[in-house]
Design a protein around this ligand. Structure first.
Ligand code: GDP
Ligand code: ZN
Length: 355
């Protein structure tokens, strides 16, 4: 059962300490405000974090959809207590809605990020770059998906244009309407791997999910009717098995994932600009009026698109600000950790003294 959700030897090894405590592994498939639905070898269970995990969550963050967790089961009530989150391979994060400082994980352990954009008039290369940066930063493999190829007169030309800025990641064309290209898309997600669709509203993400799950969803309903476990799964599932053995994670949060802390990701998306900067004569070239500036040279010769350069600079500024914030968050967490340690230390001294 959990093998379907991508359970692996590596996860087994990471789980060993929890197994020794008698805990059971599971993967979060739905996140509610106060509870979770967790897929386990015992079926799907309603899960809540332990008091201790909730306490730690103030700094370490809450479990998210896609997380692998360690559970204590209550099979009579079909509930589970979440005691720990296994280390995440990849994460999509955003600033928490209630605080500019806290980063919130909105999806964990994603292998493939489909950056979805439609081939009709509103194609926006700058926006694709932003989504690509978010994808790289998460640790997932980005794949660009150009939808609605049926609406485009020269899809190949558009695909070539996008491929030029997608820096080596695959670019696929689909038409959900005509049923073209869907298998090639599914083939990007190996059995046990999890994908997400990110991209602006209206580009055709829901239509793609429906096209993938058309049959699967009916099967799921049939299973529900014959199985009283169905009563527990009234909510919309967020992590769903795909035909072909992969999984798709689809929540409103992941769809609109923005750009955050994407420094490394940007390097890959803008690797042509990065290498230009390497060629500037001065290491600290500001690309303004320094002699021997390769960036200005490329702008002048037309080798570098001014809009791309402007976008790179704009993102760079944003990233610096975000990094500074992340740094502050880390320092605050460390300060609180030390304060907590000191409190425990004082308490244990009091205990030793017997007062
Ligand atoms: P989302 O906001 O990204 O989830 O986009 P939707 O899936 O809701 O699609 C937005 C609109 O695009 C809907 O009217 C769809 O019917 C239409 N659409 C989606 N896929 C295709 C396609 O392959 N071809 C055409 N012509 N229209 C499509
Ligand atoms: Zn320069």
């Amino acid at each position: 059962m959990i093998e379907q959700y991508g359970w692996s030897d590596a996860l087994s090894r990471a789980f060993e300490p929890h197994a020794r405590e008698g805990l059971i592994p599971g993967r979060i498939v739905v996140q509610h405000r106060e509870s979770y639905l967790v897929a386990t070898d015992e079926g799907e269970l309603r899960g809540k974090p332990s008091g201790r995990l909730l306490h730690e969550a103030r700094e370490a963050g809450h479990p998210a959809v896609g997380d692998w967790v360690a559970l204590a089961l209550n099979l009579v009530e079909r509930t589970a207590t979440i005691h720990a989150i296994l280390p995440r391979r990849t994460t999509f994060v955003r600033r928490a809605a209630d605080s500019v400082q806290t980063l919130q994980v909105i999806a964990a352990n994603i292998d493939v990020a489909f950056v979805v954009t439609s081939m009709n008039a509103d194609l926006n290369p700058r926006r694709i770059e932003r989504y690509l940066a978010a994808a790289w930063q998460s640790g997932a493999r980005p794949v660009v998906v150009l939808t609605k190829s049926d609406l485009c007169v020269d899809p190949q030309a558009q695909a070539a244009e996008i491929a030029a800025l997608a820096a080596g990641c695959p670019v696929l064309m689909v038409s959900a309407r005509q049923g073209v290209g869907l298998d090639e898309l599914l083939a990007q997600v190996a059995p046990g791997e999890t994908c997400v669709l990110i991209g602006s509203s209206g580009v055709g993400k829901s239509t793609l999910v429906n096209a993938f799950l058309g049959e699967e969803r009916m099967a799921t309903q049939a299973i529900r009717e014959s199985d009283d476990q169905g009563r527990h799964t009234t909510s919309h599932r967020q992590l769903v098995l795909l035909p072909g053995g992969g999984l798709i994670l689809d929540t409103p949060g992941i769809r609109e994932v923005g750009l955050i802390d994407a420094d490394e990701g940007l390097g890959v998306v803008f690797d042509d600009i990065e290498s230009l900067i390497q060629d500037c004569r001065f290491n600290d070239c500001g690309h303004a009026n320094e002699p021997g500036c390769a960036v200005r040279g490329a702008l002048k010769s037309g080798a570098l698109d001014p809009a791309r350069w402007a976008n790179f600079q704009k993102l760079g500024l944003e990233l610096a600000a975000v990094e500074e914030k992340a740094d502050r968050v880390a320092k605050d967490a460390e300060r609180r950790r030390l304060a907590a340690l000191q409190k425990t230390y004082r308490a244990s001294k009091r205990n030793l003294r017997g007062d």
